[in-house]
Design a protein. Structure first.
Ligand code: F6P
Length: 464
């Protein structure tokens, strides 16, 4: 294999450039060319196939900086529909015309789902990325536990449900223990929790901090490093009465409470809390509130104004309970040492998988007590259920203590290998040197896109 294509698909993470860098460094050693495909799969729907040669003369281009967040080749949420054979034919023809003999997709579960039809035409592998940490398996047999249930209300006529598990959960058996991007996102969310605390303490407030993660609670769980009082994860529906009592107990004691909630938390019927409360905006449009808003509304209603007025701690429940969403800051900025180091190894492994002829495979980050962290290759089909679908990994319930509403002992054992040394000295030093650099005030931001644009080449020139 002499030329490989690489693309980044789905929501960005801080570690994408590090993965690309790792792939390019390995390709340099193996004398393989790497073309970066611009804006994920979107590039392949464009007859001009905008691309960048990332290692001319087997040297990485200077714009490829593994310490910079985001992706220099851009990303999109476009995917290849396996039903659209005509589009697939075009995609294949374009890649071949570009001389690409193998493809690395850096993506999450959605990308892996869409990868199979391409892998049937061209050797294709996945290097994982996601801040949600939901690409992987809690144990190898997990995909077999999915069953389809007939559902007339569903567009497809069925929905998926998990059958009872007969597997013993063991941290050493996790497939893809952690994903590049996750550690940095947790760094941002835990720092946010830590910072909100002092405001909550000073003003006698109850803070609800919403973190991302879709339907997986890993980000919320690991935000425990910021020492919130309560963590709510999508995998466990909170008992709202008990929660309100707990909040009052903590508030009586310390005059402030900090709650972290995952954006996908559900009620006891499994309905997303965030999707439940609807209000109208000034134009009369329906606005779906998020999880934190919905939780706040419930706590306001259950705790009531009198509770706050009684001890002159606040005028009303509405004033005393506030929300903050950590939002997209979790996806941005400089990747931590942990993410950079393992992202690079996974990128390199993806190149090796292609050169070893491992089509339709995934580079995974494994961890066990004897070997620590190490990368490996895993067949993509082993992530699929019996109908061929890949499901986002949920946080295993044993990682969460549903009484204490915090990580369980096992949850702590899970988190420690990732986070104990996740921050490199240079990560903090970088902030010290760059954030308040005098030039930041006078010089405009120079976007990587401006530089990369000068390197973009096309398969076909536009008609004059
Ligand atoms: O999957 C990554 C993620 O950041 C989720 O945590 C979040 O729900 C979603 O993407 C946000 O997507 P968008 O940037 O398209 O709003």
């Amino acid at each position: 294999m002499k030329r490989i294509g690489i693309l980044t698909a789905g929501g960005d993470t801080p570690a994408l450039n590090a993965t690309i860098h790792g792939a390019v460094m390995r390709a340099n050693q193996l004398k393989v060319e790497i073309y970066g495909l611009i804006k994920g799969f979107n590039c392949l729907f464009n007859p001009r196939v905008p691309h960048v040669h990332l290692n001319p003369l087997y040297q990485e281009i200077p714009e490829l900086d593994p310490t910079k967040g985001g992706t220099l080749i851009g990303s999109s949420r476009d995917f290849v529909d396996p039903e659209q054979k005509g589009v697939l034919d075009l995609v294949e023809a374009r890649l071949r015309k570009l001389g690409i003999e193998g493809l690395i997709c850096i993506g999450g579960d959605g990308t892996l789902n869409g990868l199979q039809p391409i892998a049937e035409r061209l050797p294709t592998v996945l290097a994982p990325k996601t801040i949600d940490n939901d690409l992987g398996l809690n144990y190898p047999s997990e995909p077999d536990e999915w069953v389809r249930v007939k559902d007339a209300s569903d567009r497809q006529g069925f929905h998926y449900r998990r059958a009872e598990s007969s597997a013993v959960f063991d941290l050493d058996q996790i497939v893809n223990y952690a994903t590049p991007g996750f550690a940095t996102a947790v760094f941002v969310s835990a720092s946010g929790v830590d910072r909100i605390r002092t405001t909550a303490e000073s003003h006698r407030r109850i803070a609800i901090i919403e973190v991302m993660g879709r339907h997986s609670g890993y980000l919320a769980l690991a935000s425990a490093y910021g020492r919130p009082d309560i963590i709510l994860v999508p995998e466990h529906a909170p008992d709202l009465e008990a929660l309100a009592e707990r909040v009052k107990h903590l508030y009586d004691l310390q005059k402030n409470v900090v709650i972290v909630c995952g954006e996908g938390i559900v009620d006891d019927q499994g309905r997303e809390l965030g999707a439940e409360t609807k209000s109208t905006d000034p134009a009369g449009n329906l606005v779906l509130s998020g999880a934190a808003e919905a939780l706040r509304a419930k706590l306001i209603q259950m705790i009531g104004d009198r509770y706050f007025q009684l001890y002159r701690r606040g005028e009303s429940a509405r004033e005393s309970i506030f929300i903050r969403k950590v939002g997209h800051t979790q996806r941005g900025g400089r990747p931590l040492l942990f993410d950079r180091f393992y992202a690079a190894q996974l990128g390199a492994k993806a190149v090796e998988l292609l050169l070893e002829g491992r089509n339709n495979a995934v580079a995974v980050l494994q961890h066990n007590a004897t070997k620590g962290f190490h990368v490996d290759g895993y067949d993509a089909n082993r992530f699929r259920d019996r109908w061929g679908l890949i499901h986002a990994r949920k946080m295993h319930p044993s990682l969460y203590d549903s009484k204490l509403l915090k990580p369980s002992k096992m949850g702590m054992d899970y988190l420690r290998p990732i986070f104990t040394d996740a921050i490199g000295e240079d990560d903090m030093e970088h902030t010290r040197r760059t954030l308040f650099a005098a030039g930041n005030l006078s010089q405009p931001y120079h976007s990587i896109n401006t530089d990369v644009h000068k390197r973009i080449r096309y398969l076909e020139q536009e008609a004059p």
